[in-house]
Ligand binder design. Structure first.
Ligand SMILES: C[S@@+](CC[C@H](N)C(=O)[O-])C[C@H]1O[C@@H](n2cnc3c(N)ncnc32)[C@H](O)[C@@H]1O
Length: 212
């Protein structure tokens, strides 16, 4: 099921603030080194969206679940309020080594606290009080529900969580797909829509982004 056409995707990109040279270089280096994994990276327009959201929230404390080679972290770090920090969670040393290179080159490495461990452990180790302004979830889909459950009580009132890939290429509405990833994403989508603690909207940006 197509939720976008290539022509419309091109049009969206052409009418969004373009990625700067450093982000384009990171995308190109990622594609050259890990061609089969490169689709995990968010798109340029989504990156701009993350920077904008982080700024709009005035985020002093941000959390990212799923770093890969650092594209989205860099976009979030650039939107942080002065003195802000980003706790970045991943389990892969090799991919995040490239992220560190680009955070350094972008001048944001002091703002990023990379935690190499299963994200559920990292989130559980954070203070239980509401202190997070912005969070972005973009890791293993089977973990989304757990990440959501750990993050929501830690969000300050008015804080924002964004979840990526909530449409799964449209598979969420096709009952013939019963694979664990699709089922996991359906479960978190259902939980969020019914959660009285949050207000939420699902955006058809790329593979679907839920904001709450
Ligand atoms: C879709 S990629 C993230 C893409 C990234 N947001 C970007 O824009 O480049 C998913 C990442 O989640 C990480 N990941 C998978 N399982 C994880 C877990 N249990 N805890 C933390 N990170 C995990 C992977 O190593 C991978 O880097």
């Amino acid at each position: 099921m197509d939720i976008h056409t290539p022509a419309l995707d091109d049009y969206l990109l052409a009418h969004s603030t373009p990625a700067d040279a450093l982000l384009r270089e990171l995308a190109a280096e990622t594609a050259a080194r890990w061609p089969r994994a490169t689709s995990m990276q968010i798109s340029h327009d989504e990156g701009e969206f993350l920077t904008m959201l982080t700024r709009l929230v005035g985020a002093g404390v941000a959390v990212e679940v799923g770093v890969f080679t650092g594209y989205s972290s860099l976009c979030i770090a650039r939107g942080l309020a002065p003195g802000g920090r980003l706790i970045a969670c991943d389990i892969n040393e090799e991919w995040t080594a490239l992220a560190r290179v680009y955070w350094e080159r972008a001048g944001v490495s002091d703002l990023v606290d990379l935690r190499i461990a299963p994200a559920l452990d990292t989130l559980r180790s954070l203070p239980a009080s509401p202190h997070i302004d912005f969070a972005f979830i973009d890791a293993d889909k089977s973990g989304y529900l757990g990440y959501y459950d750990e993050l929501v009580p830690r969000m300050r009132p008015g804080g924002v969580i964004a979840l990526d890939n909530v449409l799964q290429g449209g598979r969420v509405v096709d009952p013939s797909f019963t694979d664990p990833v699709t089922e996991a994403v359906r479960a978190v989508n259902t939980r969020i829509a019914a959660d009285p603690r949050v207000s939420t909207t699902m955006l058809p940006m790329r593979d679907g982004v839920t904001l709450l």
